[in-house]
Design a binder for this molecule. Structure first.
Ligand code: UD1
Length: 339
């Protein structure tokens, strides 16, 4: 069964391709390589033994998308990762984010309608909840006004999907990710941030390996036990596995609604200092960090209530914080040996 994975050479996409292949799915990747590289397909095949097909083009190009679907109308499902994801950049370049993230989704869904493809899994984010009033946050929590254009593209995309499933044969599952970190156990694929990382985990590992001098911890005056902000970090392989279950659920017609929404988190919140402690524990290193002011736009704390995903999908995040930080560290060390 053929699955289209858009953004399949990216961080979460590449791990998902590996898990799909392990379950016997045939994968075709579409990616414009704006934040990844084509040699990821070889790394994927080193893990799985199968080279996924890769087509390099931009999903905002309607004609190319239509042409792709006309050649691939045997696709049974789509996992749509392709999107820009840097919160700060989206504040400075909102139109870039709206055009890229929204137009590509519309083109993909039009292609589905034209070619009778019924199933799409969409990469959403816990950012849609903003700072939730109740923790842990479940899927019924209200959507808050987006804190960034990036976050808004996720909200708008969910709305576009909701409207489209009502008026067509398309079924959708939106997966709301908490904070994905870590890398594949083979250290052949992982996160490859361009330039200075925005996210915590790659900044920690790059500081430890000597690429960055010092990690800035953004704020220690939050109303949390140690004063630093709390997130629900989830291992990228656990996250990837949920996508395979979701696509399988759609193909097997086990959905309870035309659009289903699931939180993908562990249910455990860790503070920035707890993540640093875990990293120091597994690596045996002392991390150079300093406390600085809060980062604009950051929320205080969020962690998932994963009960609905656990019960409905029969999925549960398995890896703990030390396994996550350890795999991120292995990956950074592997990257440094390559250079
Ligand atoms: C954000 C988005 C999330 C998005 C993700 C992808 C929100 C609420 N969340 O996650 O939707 O998918 O980016 O980029 O908008 N930190 C430091 N020092 C650093 C970097 C981070 O202390 O150098 C802290 C942050 O203040 C935060 C935590 O580490 O408390 C995690 O930050 P980060 O990894 O950037 O993820 P989020 O901001 O939670």
């Amino acid at each position: 069964m053929k699955i289209l994975v858009t953004g399949g050479t990216g961080y979460i996409g590449s791990h998902t391709v590996v898990e799909l292949q392990a379950k016997g799915f045939e994968v075709v990747i579409v990616d414009n390589l704006s934040n990844s590289s084509s040699d990821i397909v070889e790394k994927i095949s080193e893990i799985s033994g199968i080279i996924p097909k890769l087509e390099i083009f931009d999903l905002t190009n309607k004609d190319l998308v239509a042409d792709f679907f006309s050649r691939n109308n045997d696709i049974v499902g789509i996992i749509h990762f392709a999107a820009y994801k840097a919160v700060g950049e989206s504040v400075n370049k909102p139109l870039l984010y709206y055009r890229n993230n929204i137009e590509s989704l519309i083109n993909v869904m039009e292609g589905m309608q034209t070619n009778g493809i019924e199933n799409i899994v969409f990469s959403s984010s816990c950012t849609v909840y903003g700072q939730p009033d109740v923790l842990p946050v479940n899927e019924q929590a209200p959507i808050k006004i987006a804190e960034s254009p990036y976050g808004n593209t996720k909200q708008i995309s969910e709305e576009i999907i909701q409207d489209t499933v009502k008026s067509s044969n398309i079924n959708a599952i939106a997966l709301r990710y908490f904070n994905p970190i870590g890398a594949h156990e083979t250290a052949l694929i992982g996160e490859l941030p361009l330039g200075v990382p925005n996210n915590l985990m790659p900044f920690i590992t790059q500081t430890a390996i000597g690429i960055r001098k010092c990690l800035s911890v953004f704020g220690d005056d939050y109303p949390t036990p140690d004063g630093t902000a709390i997130r629900d970090y989830i291992h990228v392989v656990d996250l990837a596995k949920a996508h395979v279950i979701a696509i399988d659920r759609m193909i097997s017609k086990n959905m309870k609604d035309d659009l289903e929404i699931f939180n993908l988190g562990t249910g455990n919140g860790y503070s920035v200092l707890e993540v640093i402690n875990s990293f120091e524990r597994v690596s045996g290193l002392k991390l150079n960090y300093q406390i600085v002011g809060r980062r604009e736009g950051d929320i205080i704390q969020v962690w998932a209530d994963p009960t609905y995903s656990n019960e409905e999908l029969g999925w549960k995040a398995e890896m703990g914080i030390d396994e996550m930080t350890n795999s991120a560290w292995n990956w950074e060390q592997f990257l440094s040996k390559k250079k």
